[in-house]
Design a protein around this ligand. Structure first.
Ligand code: SF4
Length: 425
């Protein structure tokens, strides 16, 4: 019993956690069932606007990155990575890709969801990373499945009107491609409805992660990592608006009644990287022992926003759905340039009242990690907030050392204490 209690330290136990399991189970069961009944299956990268597929009567989508994250969280990440490595894929390739390739090559064996149904079409984008395009190309070669690549311009500054129009043109091409391959007709009204649902869900998710503003924080970033899955797998569905509204209400109610994941919170930290999926419970629990809470993360804060901002983009009601989807194509942190990334981080520091930043240099995700040293320097010089750099891999546990990471994070806490003790001159 004591051990059970220990395992959940630093996490909020909630009704929404149980509902989350039901939602994810249903998502994967429905996906397999509809694919088995003849639906047209599309595999998408997370940036790809899955809302478009609701415009067709019988198109379903699977998100390999989300499945890889779930596999890592369930403890089979390394096993699937090794399968890919035994087939010649380098250990330096992103662990999401290796997990997915390992799962696919073994026919879904060892996967918590029995893998993903085989696709009729692959849709990737190139603004997060070019590796993703090469990863999806593996299936294009091995299975002879068509691969549609969305060419999304990077955003070293705010998205330009010409870029938005260029992206919309590609959405039209994608729609025509699916019509041709699936024989189904497209209906834009259904996309509008799906977009309203996604936007409503993102708004409620933002409300939930904003519970971190309270002192002590109403959540840990680990809660927000776990809860983000349906934003990808149930995207566009009406049920998720309800799920995230209940999640926000439940968390706000806990704050009102004085229930917090870490009541004796002394250090409010911000995480810059993808979630360390294999360490969620271990890391949150060990940090809780140190009275430290990673209350927010760039990985989750960017959801529902646009480039250079962690604030919620206006809720979608009407208007041109293809343009709205195109406007959000740079929401994830990876395509931002340095200025936009620093702007978003500075906002987070003020908004959440951050005492220290944890930059997780990710062995898999080079694009996330590449500018962290410069970012760390600017945060130290301009915001005067201490930070630390630790080595992780988001899904391959072999590239993470708990002792090394905690040695550095403990040094960060000492640094924060030293700053508090220093007299203000
Ligand atoms: S390298 Fe990073 S952005 Fe690219 S697929 Fe892996 S996790 Fe995603």
């Amino acid at each position: 019993m004591a051990e059970e209690k220990d395992k959940t330290k630093g996490f909020m136990k909630s009704e929404s956690g149980r509902r989350l399991t039901q939602i994810l189970t249903k998502d994967y069961l429905d996906l397999h069932q509809r694919a088995g009944e003849g639906a047209f299956v599309v595999w998408v990268a997370i940036i790809v606007p899955a809302e478009l597929f609701y415009g067709f009567d019988n198109v379903v989508f699977a998100v390999p990155e989300s499945h890889a994250a779930l596999s890592a969280a369930k403890g089979v990440g390394m096993l699937q990575c090794e399968k890919a490595e035994h087939n010649g894929y380098s250990m330096d390739i992103c662990s999401y890709a290796r997990i997915d390739i390992g799962t696919a090559m073994s026919g879904g064996q060892d996967s918590p969801t029995f893998g993903l149904p085989r696709p009729h079409l692959l849709v990737s984008n190139n603004n997060n990373c070019s590796l993703l395009v090469k990863w999806f190309d593996v299936y294009h070669r091995e299975w002879n499945v068509p691969h549609f690549i969305l060419d999304i311009p990077f955003c070293y500054e705010m998205q330009k009107e010409t870029d938005l129009k260029y992206i919309v043109t590609q959405f039209h091409d994608l729609i025509r491609t699916i019509e041709t391959l699936s024989g189904q007709k497209f209906n834009i009204d259904k996309v509008q409805e799906a977009l309203r649902n996604s936007s409503g869900a993102a708004k409620q998710y933002k409300r939930f992660i904003d519970c971190a503003v309270h002192r002590p924080s109403g959540i840990t970033a680990f809660d927000s990592f776990v809860q983000m899955a349906p934003l990808l797998t149930s995207r566009g569905r009406p049920e998720i608006v309800d799920h995230f509204r209940k999640l926000a209400e439940e968390t706000e109610e806990k704050i009102r009644s004085g229930e917090f994941p870490l009541p004796e919170e002394r250090y409010r930290l911000f995480w810059d990287s993808i979630a360390p999926w294999h360490q969620l419970r271990k890391m949150s629990s060990r940090l809780a022992d140190l009275h430290a809470n990673i209350i927010a993360a760039s990985y989750t804060s960017c959801l529902g926003s646009i480039e250079g901002s962690y604030e919620f983009i206006q809720e979608y009601e009407n208007g041109n759905p293809l343009e709205s989807l195109a406007r959000m194509q740079n929401f994830s942190v990876c395509p931002y340039g340095m200025e936009l990334r620093f702007k978003a981080m500075s906002w987070a520091a003020r908004h959440y009242g951050i005492d220290g930043f944890v930059f997780a240099s990710n062995r898999s995700c080079k694009v996330y990690s590449v500018m962290q040293m410069d970012l760390q320097k600017r945060i130290s010089e301009e915001l005067k907030i201490p930070s630390v750099m630790i080595d992780v891999d988001h899904a391959d546990v072999r590239k993470y050392s708990e002792e090394n990471a905690f040695l550095r994070m403990e040094a960060l806490l000492e640094n924060i204490d030293a700053g508090r003790a220093r007299p203000i001159i």
